[in-house]
Design a protein around this ligand. Structure first.
Ligand code: ADE
Length: 228
């Protein structure tokens, strides 16, 4: 799968894609990541990528042309239009199900905005406007990093079968994951639940199911249709 990110500060993302899961996935040719500098697509002789808002108000708004030109350049490079996503706090909220859907695309282009906003005509030309949560970041770079990692993990082969199976149980069921323990058996006076060392797989499965419910009811009752 091919990812392109268009941003004013692509260097913020370079170290992120040069380590860990994303780096390993690139080394194994499972994904490609291409980072683009928005200014490279600004209108000839005008490095300006933002301008004052029509209708007045504080701050600057990002102009539409550089984004459109960037998507056009990516399109001609890969020979087809990529699935295009504008990162913005006004978008639909990312979750595991949506990430899994996005991982079916052959090419995904993420457009990262800055300042007070992006001209609405950019969103109109995108396939999706996407938010990573109900808060406002200074720009879309951190959001792009989140989307890259979450979607790349859903590309077959990027994480091992074991890891993807445990992720499956998160996104196909409504519950949060159950608590996990490893060595040491006692840590700061807290001991590992005995059932986990019993070797009784049925008992362990039941204990995990109960604990997953307990955690979900405490932290995310909305996931099971209850109010907080
Ligand atoms: N840009 C600023 N805030 C954002 C958010 N919450 N999600 C995606 N992009 C953003």
């Amino acid at each position: 799968m091919r990812f392109d990110v268009v941003s004013m500060w692509p260097d913020m993302l370079r170290p992120f894609v040069a380590e860990g899961t994303l780096w390993a996935a690139q080394q194994r040719d499972l994904i490609e990541v291409h980072l683009h500098r928005l200014e490279d697509f600004s209108l000839q002789g005008r490095p300006m990528v933002d301008d004052r808002p029509f209708g007045g108000g504080a701050g600057m708004v990002m102009r539409p042309e550089p984004f459109t030109r960037a998507v056009e350049a990516i399109r001609s490079q890969i020979g087809r239009r990529p699935f295009t996503v504008l990162l913005s706090p006004q978008g639909v909220r990312l979750d595991q199900t949506l990430a899994k859907d996005l991982a079916h695309q052959r090419a995904l282009t993420l457009l990262s905005g800055r300042y007070e906003g992006v001209d609405e005509r950019v969103a109109a030309q995108c396939d999706l406007e996407l938010s990573i949560g109900d808060y406002v970041l200074a720009g879309g770079e951190v959001a792009a990093a989140v989307v890259l990692e979450v979607v790349a993990r859903m590309v077959p082969g990027v994480v091992g079968r074991h890891a993807s199976a445990s992720t499956d149980s998160f996104y196909s069921g409504p519950l949060l994951g159950h608590p996990q323990y490893t060595r040491p058996r006692t840590f700061h006076g807290m001991t590992v639940p005995k059932v986990l060392m019993s070797g009784d797989h049925e008992k362990i499965r039941r204990w995990r199911a109960v604990e997953a419910w307990r955690k979900t009811l405490r932290h995310r009752p909305d996931l099971v249709g209850l109010n907080g």
